[in-house]
Design a protein around this ligand. Structure first.
Ligand SMILES: Cc1cc2nc3c(=O)[nH]c(=O)nc-3n(C[C@H](O)[C@H](O)[C@H](O)COP(=O)(O)OP(=O)(O)OC[C@H]3O[C@@H](n4cnc5c(N)ncnc54)[C@H](O)[C@@H]3O)c2cc1C
Length: 467
């Protein structure tokens, strides 16, 4: 991220930072403080920013204080929950960064089947307490992703076809506005804002707490089926998964087979299609739902069974560790054989053993929500495709992996029909517009103008208040 210039007078700022610090219940960190270098790190290590100060909020009042401070001193403001921003928006040099990662409380109400979730919690933090009461929440596929960023963008995960996106299960939010007021938004309070925060990203305020409706699904039938990476298998996957029984959500990872207890040693490193499967419902029905996938080719390996929902996250455990990434993504309705061949050829020549092409068949519950009900409006698309260059070596400059991602993207983008806002890096305004159909975008601008006319919340896939 680029360094932000500020008009803050240094002496006055130092005094007022002291003032701010004295009013916080949480912590304020400056460069040089013992934990500053640890805390400033984000999950995506491609970003290595040095905020001017980090406010580690302990409760919503700290967020109010920090927003008012930033406003009063015209200080650029960044927001972080789980630190997985692919655009590096939660790691910005010179900002006052509000870090919500200490606010992780999850409170399940088993009678109402709801959960109040503080914004610093992640998918893993929610799954355990919910499962203890026989519930689950449709969030993402990776346990470490923060509910703050995930939910404000939409939230597509292992239960998307059964229970929709995370936002489809959202009942209300508590949030701090650009004016530094703590408000509640729901279908009946600030309904326009509640519409916008369900897919419009971090543009409209800082959510401190989400209230979700949980689903009665503590256990699932799931795991992984490993298939050969052939055109026929991928075509079959694409044909079946958007129309499969609604209980079945899948993600196909086209990648070098990773070492795992269920993968034979001789397969490790070979290009495969590893299909992660999550069936919500009776295991026998699950078996029937999986049969068409198994019929695509003789599985090379498999580990599928009844399990508590939180166990699904084991499949993406590696992605929960800090890493470096280069990503291009799109929704699509049509992926002809040329596109499939390009994916196979590219995946065969991946520059990192961790890189992959990810395919998700959509449809099901997420497609049943009307397009204008939330700011996430690409409800009818059949596929979500992501080209993901992934590496961990900090001495690797990433040039080769970025080129790999870009080259495949150049071949695939002709089949794009929109993009998921949470799968964007910093790719420019035109790409942000692709995340929203025109009517949705205009409506977002209108809400932005009313709630954040000065664009206080601008380190995000920014909806600008100006025309
Ligand atoms: C390994 C990995 C796996 C992923 N898997 C999935 C997946 O399965 N499904 C899916 O839908 N997405 C997935 N994503 C994308 C993910 O949803 C986005 O990167 C998301 O922004 C991360 O949220 P965060 O809180 O962890 O990130 P942060 O970097 O903390 O936040 C990102 C941005 O979100 C906004 N934001 C964060 N917290 C708040 C808040 N409390 N209030 C208002 N705005 C806020 C801010 O604009 C911030 O810059 C994945 C990303 C990664 C890196």
């Amino acid at each position: 991220m680029t360094t932000q210039t500020t008009s803050v007078d240094t002496m006055a700022a130092a005094t007022s930072i002291h003032d701010l610090e004295s009013r916080l219940v949480g912590e304020l960190l400056r460069p040089g403080d013992e934990t500053y270098d640890d805390v400033r790190q984000v999950q995506i290590r491609t970003f290595d920013a040095r905020p001017a100060i980090i406010v580690r909020a302990a409760y919503p009042g700290d967020v109010v204080e920090a927003v008012r401070f930033a406003r009063a001193h015209h200080w650029p403001l960044a927001v972080r929950s789980g630190g997985h921003s692919l655009g590096g928006f939660s790691a910005v040099d010179g900002t006052i960064t509000i870090d919500l990662s200490l606010m992780k409380k999850v409170t399940v109400d088993p009678q109402r089947g709801t959960a109040r979730v503080q914004a610093g919690a992640n998918s893993g933090d929610i799954a355990g307490p919910a499962e203890a009461y026989g519930f689950a929440l449709s969030t993402g596929d990776t346990s470490s992703v923060g509910v703050g960023g995930l939910t404000t963008g939409g939230g597509i995960g292992w239960m998307a076809r059964k229970y929709g996106l995370a936002i489809d299960n959202l009942r209300a939010v508590e949030m701090v506005t650009a004016e530094g007021r703590l408000i509640r938004a729901s279908a009946t309070q600030h309904a326009d804002l509640f519409w916008a925060v369900r897919g419009g990203g971090g543009n409209f305020g800082i959510i401190t707490e989400f209230e979700f409706q949980l689903a009665p699904a503590g256990s699932i039938y799931g795991g992984a089926i490993v298939l050969p990476a052939t055109r026929e298998v991928i075509r079959g996957y694409l044909d079946y998964t958007p129309v499969a029984p609604e209980g079945l959500t899948t993600i196909a990872f086209m990648m070098a087979a990773p070492p795992a207890p269920f993968i034979p040693e001789e397969l490790v490193g070979q290009l495969v299609v590893l299909v992660g499967v999550c069936f919500v419902g009776d295991p026998e029905e699950g078996e029937r739902a999986l049969a068409p996938l198994r019929a695509l080719a003789e599985p090379l390996a498999e580990a599928v069974g009844a399990m508590p929902y939180p166990a699904m996250f084991a499949l993406t455990e590696e992605a929960s560790k800090p890493h470096r990434v280069s990503l291009r993504s799109m929704f699509s309705d049509e992926l002809p054989d040329d596109a499939i061949d390009a994916m196979i050829s590219s995946a065969t020549n991946a520059t990192s053993p961790m890189s992959m092409v990810q395919l998700r068949g959509l449809g099901g519950a997420l497609a049943k929500v009307p397009a204008d009900a939330t700011a996430f409006a690409h409800r009818e698309r059949k596929y979500l495709v992501a080209v993901i260059g992934l590496w961990v070596d900090e001495t690797d400059d990433g040039v080769a992996h970025r080129r790999w991602t870009q080259e495949l993207w150049e071949e695939l983008k002709q089949y794009a029909d929109g993009v998921y806002v949470n799968f964007l890096e910093q790719e420019g305004d035109a790409r942000i517009r692709e995340a929203y159909p025109a009517g949705t975008y205009d409506r977002l601008v209108d809400v932005k103008r009313r709630y954040d006319p000065e664009n206080v919340f601008r380190f995000n896939q920014n909806i600008k208040p100006a025309a």
